[in-house]
Design a protein around this ligand. Structure first.
Ligand SMILES: [Zn+2]
Length: 314
């Protein structure tokens, strides 16, 4: 059997300026793939059309290249949107949804967020209140759901309530009962694919073999792994969920920390080697903060040697 080539991916969401936390995740994902001699895919996660802002895609692509991270497939700043921009892939996502519908794995749901909150006695999960399955098996088609209720439905995935498990390179074995996640949204009522659907389709179709991302998405991996099986796609073999970066004062870094955006740092004259050095230090890739090029970190990179330190002030 031919050896499967390692394929990692960088997947920026152009709904805000990239900040140091994003830079750190991209750096780690890139180092992990390059260390294995693998390819790097650039994918723009711009499905949430209402939140994507003009110019942010090219800014993100420019910022990532400025950090010294390169990629083998996908767009560069200034390129027209194409096959690596999720907003151009809706027909593919829709076909995969239709597949799940025909398999009986997806069903229309007319519940509002308020309905779900009121119906759910369980504590909130990672993605808001846990959906109690109110509409499961109630309507055969979206049209029937809409005619009976006057509400445009979303589509939910009928998740197996039993145990789901996968191995994470950083967290070890992760085991979660599907019942604690609930049936999640595949297709929104405003006719947009959900993050879970688009991400699983793309990682599968693009042949991604390893995913590194923030540990706020660890339960998304459980959901997405269920989807690959039904899509008939090979899931990534390796997963690594890294802690979210903490700001210099120990808080979790957020998009509102505008002064920690790569754009603001660049405008202040901070060099990319400085940003790379701070990111590398903050996750234990280097022992002390110093300026260094991303390419010079590849050789010694070890996914199992990461630490979580607050980001020093740039
Ligand atoms: Zn419902």
């Amino acid at each position: 059997m031919p050896r499967i080539e390692t394929r990692g991916r960088l997947a920026p969401t152009p709904s805000g300026w990239l900040h140091l936390g994003n830079a750190r995740s991209f750096l780690l994902a890139w180092l992990w793939a390059r260390k294995a001699g693998g390819r790097v895919i650039m994918r723009v996660e711009d499905i949430d059309l209402g939140r994507v802002k003009e110019g942010l895609r090219d800014q993100a692509l420019e910022d990532i290249a400025w950090l010294g991270l390169d990629w083998d497939d996908g767009p560069h700043a200034g390129d027209p949107p194409g096959e690596f921009d999720q907003s151009m892939r809706f027909a593919l996502y829709r076909r995969q949804l239709d597949k799940l519908i025909s398999m009986g794995k997806a069903y229309p749901c007319v519940c509002s967020r308020k309905d779900v909150e009121e119906a759910s006695s369980a504590p909130h999960g990672d993605d808001g209140p846990i959906y109690p399955g109110t509409c499961r098996g109630k309507y055969r088609t979206a049209l029937e759901a809409e005619e009976k209720t006057g509400v445009k439905p979303c589509w939910r995935y009928a998740l197996n309530p039993g145990e789901h498990a996968f191995h994470d390179e950083i967290k070890g074995d992760v085991r979660v009962a599907g019942a604690t996640l609930g049936d999640f949204v595949l297709w929104r009522r405003d006719a947009l694919p959900s993050y879970q659907l688009a991400c699983a389709v793309d990682d599968g179709v693009m042949g991604v073999t390893q995913v590194l991302r923030g540990d706020d998405l660890i339960l998304s991996t459980v959901r997405q792994l269920a989807l690959y099986r039904d899509f008939g796609l090979t899931p990534p073999q390796k997963w690594a969920h890294v802690p979210l970066m903490k700001a210099p004062d120990g808080r979790r870094l957020a998009k509102r920390d505008g002064d920690l955006s790569l754009k603001a740092l660049r405008e202040k004259g901070v060099r990319p080697q400085r940003v790379v050095g701070l990111c590398a230090y903050s996750c234990g890739v280097i022992a002390a903060p110093r300026d260094i090029a991303a390419a010079n970190l590849v050789e010694t990179f070890d996914i199992h040697g990461l630490k979580d330190r607050p980001m020093p002030s740039p």
